[in-house]
Design a protein around this ligand. Structure first.
Ligand SMILES: *Cc1c(COP(=O)(O)O)cnc(C)c1O
Length: 356
């Protein structure tokens, strides 16, 4: 028998979350962001579930190629554009929409020949200071692209650094509008947080990612309260049990010591499966659908969980690490990270199946 761990992906939850995003988007069109193997959910599977999206956004040319080979015909946005001159040929081959964010990329395009016309996104640095043209470089790039004989539609784009946080989007939105006021082109601004929180920042194309997978972009709002459904459920089983007396300790570093008597379930999941190693004692877990906590240190292949109050728990009892019944947001918060990281970190050794 294989190890009992598996991830189950719900295509109906993915489609449901896309429709929630679509409702918030109103008249704006939706790029479903499926970079990083669709946040761990499987690229082709997610693309199929997002058939109703106006387009799909990725980073890797390999991912873009896989989508075309799978028969996907929607527009594909390359979020970081081209990386080297030979990538220009791939724009042609796979009919991709690149983001241009640097003068170097514009040069690569000018030096190459394109057989067919492409749409291009022009990324503006509105204050995040990661990618994008500055106030000094934007004009020349925009004009060079507008005059390129093979460039069809230009769209102006930016990305928000703190749409989920205290700063919000105002300063970046103001600066973006100031920088782009003399250019007439559609706009694409909003990630999940901005889509949900700032209708004034929707523009013409929104770019939700995390919400499509049923997680919340906000520390203080649950995914459930946003009407989202978890798309990935990570489950396993108890493979052994232990009965500890007061003072006995458990796991690497003996990091947890039983205060009273303690029943422990050993479950088949560890950091080599993508579970965060830094999740401390107290991180929630469901055993037989009942909420309990992990105790002691997460190992590579195993985690120890408190089953003292779950008398029926024994070898073979089902365990949910996150997903249906226990939000990945909550597990991530307990481990000092974000659901984004948990979902993306799902290890290749974990078998992934689709929910019936
Ligand atoms: C990843 C990404 C998104 C999606 O962000 P979420 O917070 O997951 O909604 C949108 N735009 C760009 C440029 C991205 O890189």
């Amino acid at each position: 028998m294989p190890r009992p761990i598996r991830a189950t992906i719900s295509a109906s939850a993915l489609a449901h979350n896309l429709s929630v995003a679509g409702k918030h988007a109103g008249n704006a069109k939706v790029w479903a962001v499926i970079k990083a193997n669709a946040y761990g959910h499987g690229l082709e599977r997610a693309a199929k579930a997002f058939a109703a999206a106006d387009g799909l956004a990725v980073l890797d040319f390999q991912e873009a190629a896989r989508l075309r080979i799978a028969g996907i015909t929607q527009p594909i946005l390359m979020l970081e554009g081209i990386f080297k001159p030979s990538d220009v040929a791939l724009l042609d081959k796979y009919a991709l929409t690149p983001v241009f964010h640097s003068p170097a990329q514009v040069e690569m395009l000018r030096a190459a020949t394109l057989a067919s016309a492409i749409d291009v996104y022009v990324k503006v640095n509105s204050g995040m200071n990661r990618l994008g043209f500055s106030a000094e470089t934007l004009g020349a790039a925009f004009n060079a692209l507008r005059e390129h004989p093979r460039v069809r539609q230009l769209t102006l784009m930016t990305h928000f650094a703190d749409a989920d946080g205290a700063s919000g989007v105002k300063a970046q939105l103001d600066w973006f509008q100031e920088m782009t006021k003399s250019f007439s082109a559609p706009r694409s601004l909003a990630n999940s947080a901005a889509l949900l929180r700032f209708p004034e920042a929707h523009g013409d194309w929104v770019r939700p990612g995390i919400m499509l997978y049923g997680c919340s972009p906000f520390a203080d709002r649950t995914a459930e309260s946003l009407g989202l459904q978890p798309a990935m459920t990570l489950t396993t089983e108890i493979i052994a049990t232990q009965h500890l007396q007061p003072g006995e300790r458990i796991g690497y570093g003996f990091s947890y010591e039983a205060v009273g008597e303690l029943r422990i379930g050993i479950i088949a999941c560890g950091y080599a499966d993508g579970y965060p190693r830094h999740a401390p004692t107290g991180t929630p877990v469901l055993v037989n659908g009942k909420r309990t906590r992990i105790v002691g240190r997460v190992s590579m292949d195993m985690i120890t969980v408190d089953i003292s109050e779950i008398p029926e728990a024994t070898i073979g009892t089902p365990v949910t690490l996150w997903g249906e019944g226990l939000s990945a947001d909550e597990v991530a918060a307990s481990a000092g990270t974000l659901s984004y990281e948990l979902l993306c970190a799902l290890a290749p050794r974990v078998p992934v199946g689709e929910a019936p």
